[in-house]
Write a protein that binds this ligand. Structure first.
Ligand SMILES: Nc1ncnc2c1ncn2[C@@H]1O[C@H](COP(=O)(O)OP(=O)(O)OP(=O)(O)O)[C@@H](O)[C@H]1O
Length: 363
């Protein structure tokens, strides 16, 4: 009959594909049951949604099945507790974990229920609009699969430098910028797996010298995956801004996003509707507003979800061109769209201060 020791010995040969260490050494073998020739292995993944779970399951199954006397193998997957994860990734004191952000007043996540709604464009312009008001602003690109904040901010090719183990973010238009795109070798695709994303995001809180800031905007990846959870665990968020387009179909995505932040106990600062309308200039110079996706969708959504509505941003060539040229449209607060971003920035500031006051008053 196969013994427990034999099974463990076989499992020592199975490595976590990402961390390159044995599942046994990593403490990922949570339980082992042997009943005659039937073996059940319970594996604790570093995160629940580990994209490599099928491979891990198959490797474990194959290693145990190769043992003499084994008739069947069942592999059950579960997830590690935060404490178990800390044993692998190391534990830092709370102070150390947050040393880079200790002088940041408001940290705000910018999220969207789905991709392509212009979340990054809005986050970048908002950071610039805050800086235009004389506030100290920073932006962290937490969308580490497709980091492009540095491009929108005209920092392509720039390299940050380090001082005493801390990363010093480059500054453009009065905004400090950190993006994986500034750190990764140029032209190389960035393939991140769950545990490394978590590690990288935590590093951005601990090892970036943000200095004194009024606002740090964190541009999240679209959707409701692990990244918002890690960001909420790594940064003391004042609140979240949700960017959407006005279509009806977007409502369920936005509702899911609002629900996610509620679960994480992060207040919603408000909803921004992007690509709301098109401004057509007639030959006589007058303007016509064309609602491509239907009117007032975002505002209605905000009412239904009982969250503040922060404003509408038109679909303007100037916004896209500004992004492509690395000169955000909000740099000119006298332009149509620049003025809109300035108004939204003011609302964000007011709401952040209100939430700060409410937090200070809460027991
Ligand atoms: N208001 C706008 N007017 C014109 N173009 C816009 C506007 N907002 C965004 N865009 C353009 O839409 C495209 C997508 O924008 P962006 O990359 O910001 O979206 P995203 O939601 O962050 O996408 P992702 O799914 O990658 O996170 C870009 O080309 C951008 O320039």
């Amino acid at each position: 009959m196969v013994t427990r020791e034999q099974v463990i010995e076989a499992l020592k040969g199975v490595k976590d594909p990402e961390l390159g260490r044995s599942l046994v050494d990593l403490g990922m073998i949570r339980d082992l049951f042997i009943d005659q020739g039937r073996v059940k292995v319970v594996v604790a993944l570093t995160i629940a949604g580990c994209p490599l779970k099928s491979q891990i399951r198959e490797d474990v199954r194959a290693a145990v099945a190769s043992l003499e006397g084994v008739e069947s193998v069942e592999v059950e997957l579960t997830a590690m507790t935060p404490e178990e994860r800390e044993k692998i990734f190391g534990r830092r004191s709370q102070e150390e974990e947050a040393r880079g952000i200790k002088d940041v007043r408001h940290i705000i996540a910018v999220a969207s229920g789905k991709g392509g709604v212009g979340k990054t464009t809005v986050a970048v312009n908002l950071a610039v609009a805050l800086a235009q008001k004389g506030l100290k602003a920073g932006i962290l690109d937490a969308d580490i699969h497709g980091p492009d904040v540095h491009i929108l901010m005209g920092l392509e090719g720039e390299r940050p430098f380090t001082r005493e183990g801390m990363l010093i973010p480059p500054e453009r238009y009065g905004v400090k910028v950190v993006s994986m795109g500034l750190l990764a070798p140029e032209g190389q695709p960035i393939v991140w797996r769950g545990p490394l994303i978590m590690k990288a995001l935590k590093e951005f809180a601990a090892h970036v010298e943000w200095g004194v800031l009024d606002f740090l905007l964190v541009d999240l990846p679209p959707g409701t995956g692990d990244a918002p959870l890690t960001v909420a665990q790594s940064f003391p968020l004042r609140g979240a801004i949700i960017v959407t387009t006005p279509q009806k179909v977007a409502l369920s995505d936005v509702a899911r996003c609002v629900g996610m932040f509620e679960d994480l106990k992060v207040p919603t600062i408000g909803l921004i509707e992007n690509m709301s309308f098109l401004r057509l200039i007639r030959p006589d110079g007058s303007e016509e507003k064309v609602d491509i996706f239907g009117e007032g969708g975002g505002e209605k959504m905000a009412q239904q979800l009982r969250v503040p509505f922060l404003g509408k941003i038109p679909l303007e060539p100037q916004v896209r061109e500004g992004g492509d040229r690395g000169k955000p449209a909000a740099l000119d607060p006298t332009s149509n769209v620049g003025a809109i971003f300035a108004q939204i920035a003011e609302k964000v500031r007011a709401r952040a201060v209100e939430l700060e006051r409410l937090k200070a008053c809460s027991p």
